[in-house]
Design a protein around this ligand. Structure first.
Ligand code: URQ
Ligand code: ZN
Ligand code: ZN
Length: 479
């Protein structure tokens, strides 16, 4: 199965050049001018368009059981929608219940993901602690290709990892060469503020952001960063939504600490006015955590991306339809948290980033694909346009237009948080493992075509950290 992408301009995270790209059996086998291809090769005309690494979304929750509901998007529909938007790989989350075997939960999620149409991998959440958790983390790293573990500092009495668990798990991650991820919100403060608002009779979606003000994220971000710094471990903060948390990251990175930050397309473009909507269902549709923030935070987050203090973009794609959101009709704390975006991320980042002069094309590639591949040890298999890389590519039409809407999106949810936004710059063709799966508006996603992608522990990052830790280890005084 040979496919030739002809006449395009290749854009990577660090360079731009005119070249054809030849793919065979799912791998890129040649990149260069005027390439020949066998007579039966499929040809994609990329004249006047950019050929870039397919997007990687490091933060999705397909068919996640959460807050008494199951996310409406499953691994097939969600990855098909991703392909329609130029994203060719997702990293989703295995989320064991407290007390549940991590490996048992991993097997459950692997079963759900077999129907995926694009490649996928999993972070595994640590929602409780025991010696068996430490052991299973080792097995997941050594035998199941997991190199990142998630810690929810929010969601008290549900998924929340208390500080003692962070200390144990970050230490274990360091031993294993795995990256600890955190959802940084102070779950105790949220629970307190939620009860306070309900007691005041404020039960609608407008209470959601009031129960999780920016400092609730800033405090938790600082705490996670200091715990990791004290242990000598790296830490990756998911969905950074505030200047408060970004400032913690910026300070830590300036001191040489290994801290990574991820930002969602939603937090870059939307603000908390969405919760003031008169219509309950519309306001509830925007309930996700961390919430969309007051004006001002968005610009700070864009500057975080431009300065390199935030490295990746994601969507936290976690879909709940109107009747699911209505579970919280009388109590906002019962509205299932989550919003969609996996299909729109790339076009939004291009339109609001590149067209607006906030990101260069190379920076766009870095923050939508390559940086994620590097942090989670997928590069250059993923996130690259190089010989030997997986043929996961997007042919980008910088002049094409799309009106983002629930009426036309492929996401399995009845709402689009970017409804009505017109973007310029869209994926004309998406190639997944060398197959043309999205072409001129025609989606050819195939259930089960996606593969699980192993992510080995990251020796490079950890060798340097270990050396730093050894050097920093205090020596016993010989008396
Ligand atoms: O917190 C998360 O990332 C999961 C539970 C999705 N929901 C959300 O509101 N972000
Ligand atoms: Zn989260
Ligand atoms: Zn999430």
């Amino acid at each position: 199965m040979t496919l030739l992408i002809r006449g395009g301009t290749v854009v990577t995270h660090d360079t731009t050049f005119c070249a054809d790209v030849l793919c065979e059996d799912g791998t890129i086998i040649a990149v260069g001018p005027d390439l020949d291809a066998p007579a039966d090769a499929e040809i994609v005309d990329a004249k006047g368009q950019y050929v870039m690494p397919g997007g990687i979304d490091p933060h999705t929750h397909m068919q996640m059981p959460f807050m008494g509901a199951t996310a409406s998007e499953d691994f097939y529909t969600g990855t098909a929608a991703a392909l329609a938007g130029g994203t060719t790989m997702i990293i989703d989350f295995v989320i064991p219940n407290p007390g549940q075997s991590l490996i048992e939960a991993y097997r459950t999620w692997r079963g759900w993901a077999e129907k995926a149409a694009a490649d996928y991998s999993f972070h595994v959440a640590v929602t409780w602690w025991a010696d068996s958790v430490a052991e299973e983390m080792g097995t997941l790293v050594r035998e199941y290709g997991v190199n990142s573990f998630k810690h929810f500092m929010a969601y008290k009495n549900a998924l929340m990892a208390t500080d003692d668990i962070l200390v144990e798990s970050f230490t274990r991650c360091l031993e294993l060469g795995a990256v600890p991820n955190v959802h940084a919100e102070n779950g105790d403060l949220v629970a307190h503020l939620q009860q306070k608002l309900l007691a005041q009779g404020i039960t609608g979606p407008e209470a959601h952001p009031l129960s999780r003000p920016p400092q609730v994220e800033g405090e938790a971000a600082g705490r996670a960063i200091r715990i990791a710094g004290t242990l000598g471990a790296p830490v990756y903060l998911v969905h950074v939504s505030t200047k408060d948390a970004l400032d913690e990251i910026t300070t830590a990175r300036a001191s040489g600490q290994v801290v990574f930050g991820e930002v969602l397309a939603g937090h870059l473009l939307l603000d908390d006015s969405v919760y003031q909507n008169e219509d309950w269902a519309t306001a509830a549709a925007y309930v996700m955590s961390p919430p969309f923030r007051p004006k001002g935070h968005q610009e700070a987050l864009w500057n975080g991306l431009r300065s390199g203090n935030l490295q990746t973009t994601a969507t936290d794609h976690c879909c709940f339809c109107a009747e699911q959101k209505a579970m919280g009709r009388d109590d906002f704390t019962k509205i299932p948290n989550g919003t969609a975006g996996v299909e729109d991320r790339m076009a939004l980042l291009w339109d609001a980033g590149v067209n607006a002069g906030k990101l260069s094309m190379q920076e766009f590639v870095a923050v939508t694909s390559t940086n994620t591949a590097k942090i989670f040890n997928l590069y250059p298999r993923k996130g690259a346009v190089s010989v030997g890389s997986d043929a996961d590519l997007v042919v980008w039409d910088p002049h094409g237009k799309r009106n983002l809407s629930a009426k036309t999106h492929h996401q399995n949810i009845d709402f689009n948080i970017f409804e009505g936004l017109e973007v310029t710059g869209i994926p004309r063709h998406t190639i997944s493992r060398g197959k043309l799966v999205w072409s001129d508006g025609e989606l050819r996603a195939e259930s089960g075509a996606g593969r699980y992608v192993d992510r080995p522990p990251y020796p490079g990052l950890y060798d340097s950290l270990r050396k730093r830790n050894e050097l920093a280890t205090p020596k016993a005084v010989v008396r």
